[in-house]
Design a protein around this ligand. Structure first.
Ligand code: ATP
Length: 314
């Protein structure tokens, strides 16, 4: 096999709690991650040359070694040098649907797809947990992007526990086109304001994590209870991003006023997601909020939560 095509879904955070900081400079987190059916497509082709080439029509996506998809291919070449030498380089084409720098882990999902795709093309036979160990070397969200669905992520986000998949709800995603929030800025600002609340005793950290594991949101997810889930959505980063970005705060409150089950910023933003019971409700509310805010630079997507991560594109 010389070519492989993959589907790479975006993610939202149903829950994001910052528990403390870590000696490696990352934050200690407990999150509930969820993939959504807004997907990039990646086509990988072993080109028989010694070159690694990226192709993407979206000008916001870097086409050099800073691209996470490129980094993933490089990592595989370093981990499996002899097999890499047999197959030569790769052409990787990214068909972008996930907005860039949106808090939807678009880059992470692209990297995850490259790991899964190279595993196929080179017939490496790596299991999902083995791929996730490699993924954690590239970025905290990438192990989750491989398996997707609904999962509790702890540590810096790379340690995963699968929970009941939640695929019955619809979601509206909305993002101001030219608005970007820097993830390092969001975490650093949070640290400046809230470091006094951080837990440092490993015992306390463990307790905070198990509180989420056995808590009401995980129960509501296992019962697929949209109303309860929506009440329990939480994102600590909203405390610093919403005051600094009033457009994001406005979007969130317009969704709530329009009658969604619940609305929240995803990751470090600026995307806001709104949970709905049905496609019909999501479409109607999207139109209502779009008309109310009337900003041509505000983009919307209506999609569904999904129970998969990276998939072969059949
Ligand atoms: P996260 O939620 O993991 O912080 P994000 O969804 O906010 O990520 P990305 O779409 O992954 O953000 O993009 C963040 C930055 O990473 C972009 O500004 C872009 O320059 C860079 N980048 C590197 N590789 C990619 C890629 N494959 N797709 C999109 N952006 C990429």
């Amino acid at each position: 096999m010389r070519s492989f095509s993959l589907i790479a879904p975006a993610k939202i955070n149903l829950y994001l709690e910052i528990i403390g900081d870590r000696p490696d400079g990352y934050h200690e987190l407990v999150m509930i991650m969820q993939t959504v059916n807004l997907c990039d497509r990646l086509d990988l082709h072993a080109n028989g040359t010694d070159r690694l080439r990226l192709h993407c029509q979206n000008p916001e996506v870097p086409l050099d070694e800073t691209n996470l998809a490129y980094k993933a291919a490089k990592l595989m070449q370093q981990e499996f040098p002899q097999i890499a030498a047999n197959f030569g380089g790769l052409d990787i084409t990214i068909d972008k649907s996930i907005p860039v720098a949106a808090g939807l882990a678009g880059g992470s999902s692209n990297a995850a797809a490259v790991l899964v795709g190279i595993n196929q093309i080179w017939s490496l036979g790596l299991t999902v947990p083995e791929l996730q160990i490699l993924a954690a070397k590239l970025g905290s969200d990438i192990p989750f992007s491989i398996s997707g669905g609904t999962a509790i992520a702890t540590g810096r986000g790379e340690q995963l526990d699968s929970i009941h998949d939640l695929d019955n709800l619809w979601v509206i995603l909305a993002k101001h086109r030219n608005l970007g929030v820097s993830t390092p800025w969001a975490y650093n600002t949070y640290k400046q304001k809230f470091a006094h609340e951080y837990l440092s005793d490993p015992h306390d950290v463990k307790k905070a994590v198990s509180k989420v594991h056995s808590g009401p949101l995980v129960k509501a997810i296992s019962h697929k209870n949209g109303v309860e889930i929506a009440k329990l959505l939480h994102n600590d980063l909203e405390k610093v991003v919403l005051p600094a970005y009033p457009q994001v705060a406005q979007l969130r409150s317009e969704f709530k006023e329009a009658g969604v089950l619940g609305a929240m910023m995803s990751g470090s933003g600026p995307t806001v997601f709104a949970l709905c019971e049905s496609e019909n409700q999501a479409t109607k509310i999207k139109e209502k909020v779009q008309a109310k805010i009337a900003d041509p630079e505000l983009d919307f997507w209506v999609t569904k939560l999904c129970s998969h991560g990276i998939l072969a594109n059949q």
